[in-house]
Structures are given as C-alpha cells and as structure tokens.
Design a protein around this ligand. Structure first.
Ligand SMILES: Cc1cc2nc3c(=O)[nH]c(=O)nc-3n(C[C@H](O)[C@H](O)[C@H](O)COP(=O)(O)OP(=O)(O)OC[C@H]3O[C@@H](n4cnc5c(N)ncnc54)[C@H](O)[C@@H]3O)c2cc1C
Length: 421
C-alpha cells in the first residue's frame, strides 16, 4: 500500500484546490483551517446593519485565468463570473472625468490596443512611438523595477499614468517604483497576448457563494474532511511521516501540504527568511440614494482610491441601498481611518457628480498581508513528506492572484506519488 494519509494546512483557494486534486488522486485528505470559515483572503463576512454578505475585498479576474475558470466549471460555479466582451478599462481623473481604454473586437488585438490608446484624451499620435517601443520591449526579459523599464524605453508620461501605473497597481499591488519589471512584463504578455484572454471579469455574487461554497461542497463530495477553527500550532517531522498538532489533538500524516501564508509556513517549519507583503485597504460604503457608477468598476488615475467598485451593480443587489467599495492598493499613507474615508468619499462625490453624497454605513477593512510582493529569493528545500504550495512569487513569475493560488494547488498535488493500491 502506498501511504496515503494527507493533511492540507490552510483553507484558502490554494488549500481547497490542493485538497480537491489530492483527493481525486485517491488520497485520504484532512484540511485544516484556523478561521471559523474557509476562504482565506477570498472570504466574505455577514454585515449585520445591511443584512448582506460582504467580501473582504472585491476581486477582479483576467481572461487569462484559465485554471480558475476550469476549476469553477468543474464545480459548477463558472456562471457566477461576468466577463466583458472585449477588454475595457474604464478610468476617471479629476481633469478629464470619465474616459476608457476600450478595444474593438473587429481588429486584431495589437491593432485594437493601439487604436484604444490613441483614442484616450491627451494621447493621440504622440503616444504611438512609446506604445511601439513598449510592445517590442515586452518580448524581452526585463530587469529592475517597472519604472526602470519605462525609463529605459522612454515611455511617455501620459501612457505611464493612464495605463502602466493603473495596471501595475492592479496586477502587482505595488507601485511602478518598486514592482518587479520581469513579472509585470509576464503579466502584460499573458493578459494581452491572445485575443480571447484580453478581458476582465468579476463575480456576480459574494465570494463565499460564488467561489468558496461550491468548492467546499465539491470537497465534501470527494470525502475530504474539513476542520475549520483548527489552527495548526506545531508540526514535527518523524522518520517516515509527520505529526500535526492543533491545540486539542495530534494526528500523524504521510504527507503534509502547506497552503498558508509564507510567514506562517516559516514559523511552523522554523525557517528564517524575511517575508515582504503589501496591504490592501477596502472602504465599503452604503448610500440611501440610488447610485450607479457608469461601469461596474472604475480605475482612478492620480486618485487616492485606485478602484471604485459598484458592488450593487456587480452582484445585482436589491437591498434598497447602494453599496460601493473603494480599494486603496499598496496603501502606505499614515492617514487615520476617518481621513481615508473622507478622501475616498470626496473622490466618489466627484465621480458621481453628487457633492452632498453621504454614506449611511461604512466599514473599512485593511488586509495587512494582502499580497506577497514579487522578489528574487532562494528556493526552499522542504523536509521529505512536506510539500509547499504557499504564495511567494519569484522575480519573473506571475504575481499573487486567484489564478496563481489555483495553479500552485494543482502543481503541488501533481507532484504527489500516484496511489498504488
Ligand atoms: C483585499 C484583496 C483583494 C484582492 N484582489 C484580487 C484580485 O482582484 N484578483 C486576484 O486575482 N487576486 C486578488 N487578491 C489576491 C488573492 O485573494 C490571493 O492571492 C489568494 O486568495 C491567495 O490564496 P491562498 O489560499 O494562497 O492564501 P490565503 O487565502 O491567505 O489562505 C491561507 C489560509 O491559511 C489559513 N491558516 C493560516 N495559518 C494557519 C494555521 N496555522 N493552521 C491552519 N490554517 C491556517 C488562513 O486562515 C487562510 O485561510 C486579493 C487579495 C486581497 C486580500
């Protein structure tokens, strides 16, 4: 008999994917999650004042998320994603108001992108040489930060401000001055290379319903035992297996899959390595007024809030209230909570042209370790029987996203020996 008792530590998207793929290979799987509910960074909570489920933070998908899409199709949840027909990036800034990078489906994508950029206000033909230099340089490995890359290629500032900066903060959750050029280049190539991939999508239900519950139900069908409110506090390596400890019990396993954050993994395995993460701050606001943004989400240019999500529109909510969420990516300001809410509210008042707009409820959620930044680091050697699926993107790899969580979960399960009964 091949030893087949396996534990997954962490019930986020990586852990759920790992558990599903390991169970499908015939492993006998226990999944441990320290929180009372599954989901990790893709979790929702019940907001009592409005009696609705609210996401930790809104999530956008890119058409290139093929593994996520395949997994959600397998669990019967792909209908909870709404995709754009073709790539549209709705934007707003104080001087130009609403404008967009909108590609046409009638042209080949590279032509459509050039046409879309040229039609944006303050661009025109003067952005064309920069766009061509950018497109050519995307084919080569890039060194340093995104700013270094842009400066090397003499990319004009309107193109940096209206496209590169917005996409960089959105995809890498890091400003151009520190984001890894090699990874960002990979994102641009992946996201824009194939016509069908070049679009954005969003969930039409809170993440708990659209993503986590379908995955949890599938786990149960596969016989995976899910232990929520079960924090792993210690892990010891024996000769051929490992022992996991929660506060109240211990259990021996043939294989352990780590699907926590990298810092928890390092704590449990006694690894000394500094971990660099970036925060995301989400300001949820509810208004009595009927309020609808021009698009389900809008990217801000030179704004404090980077993304303005119309959650009511995305979720087709009919609560009688308008729910908006402003995302402040890589927030490094020292502003107080009230000051942050005040600033994003001012921007929303300008975007909606309703200067007297006042929310009746608000909730600010700052996820301190929202994403692991992309950096070069030494590859870790894991003790035998422990496998690592934690987020820690290397320079040149895709940054931390839903898709990379699914990819890591699938990859680590693929490396498991086949069960030989
Ligand atoms: C606000 C926000 C917005 C985001 N927006 C986007 C977006 O628009 N698009 C996109 O693609 N990605 C986005 N991301 C990134 C994406 O959510 C993450 O990359 C992905 O969810 C990571 O999944 P994971 O399973 O690897 O980690 P996690 O979701 O962090 O899961 C790790 C789990 O391990 C559990 N755990 C920790 N310690 C223990 C222990 N000792 N014992 C047992 N369990 C433990 C944790 O409770 C957690 O549930 C966003 C993230 C945040 C926070």
């Amino acid at each position: 008999m091949t030893p087949n008792k396996l534990a997954v530590i962490g019930g986020g998207l990586t852990g759920l994917t790992t558990a599903i793929r390991a169970a499908q290979k015939g492993y006998n799987v226990d999944l441990y999650e320290s929180a009372p509910t599954l989901g990790g960074r893709t979790r929702s909570f019940f907001h009592t004042p409005t009696q609705t489920w609210v996401d930790n933070g809104p999530h956008l998908l890119i058409g290139v998320y093929q593994q996520t899409l395949a997994l959600l199709t397998e669990v019967g949840a792909s209908s909870f994603i709404q995709w754009q027909d073709t790539l549209t990036l709705p934007l707003w800034d104080m001087r130009r108001g609403h404008f967009a990078l909108t590609t046409s489906s009638k042209l080949p994508f590279s032509m459509a992108l050039i046409d879309a950029v040229l039609r944006m206000p303050q661009h025109g033909l003067k952005s064309l040489p920069s766009l061509i230099r950018l497109a050519i340089s995307m084919k080569f490995t890039q060194q340093g930060t995104v700013s270094d890359w842009m400066n090397r290629q003499r990319i004009c500032s309107p193109l940096q401000r209206d496209m590169i900066e917005v996409l960089c903060l959105g995809a890498m959750n890091e400003p151009m001055q520190s984001a890894d050029a090699a990874s960002f280049c990979y994102v641009l190539n992946e996201a824009f290379s194939k016509h069908i991939h070049a679009r954005l999508g969003w969930f039409t239900q809170p993440l708990s319903q659209a993503l986590i519950q379908p995955l949890e139900a599938y786990c149960q069908q596969l016989g995976i035992r899910i232990h929520t409110s079960s924090r792993i506090v210690q892990l010891t390596k024996n000769t051929d297996d490992c022992t996991l400890y929660t506060r109240h019990k211990q259990q021996v396993y043939d294989h352990i899959m780590m699907a926590t954050s990298a810092s928890i993994r390092n704590q449990l395995l006694g690894i000394e390595q500094s971990i660099e993460t970036q925060s995301i701050c989400n300001v949820h606001l509810w208004f009595k007024e009927k309020l609808q943004l021009e698009h389900p989400f809008i990217g801000g240019v030179d704004t404090y809030g980077q993304w303005f999500f119309d959650v009511s529109q995305q979720h087709h909510e009919h609560t009688g209230l308008s729910h908006l969420c402003v995302v402040i990516s890589a927030d490094q300001s020292k502003l107080s909570k009230q000051e942050k809410i005040g600033r994003v509210l001012k921007e929303l008042q300008a975007i909606t042209q309703q200067p007297t707009l006042k929310p009746i409820h608000h909730q600010m959620i700052t996820v301190k370790d929202a994403t692991h930044v992309v950096r070069s680091h030494a590859t870790l050697t894991m003790p035998t029987c422990i496998m690592d699926a934690c987020e820690q993107p290397q320079s040149g790899e895709l940054p931390a996203t839903i898709e990379t969580a699914v990819l890591r979960g699938e990859e680590v399960a693929r490396k498991l020996p086949n069960i030989n009964l």
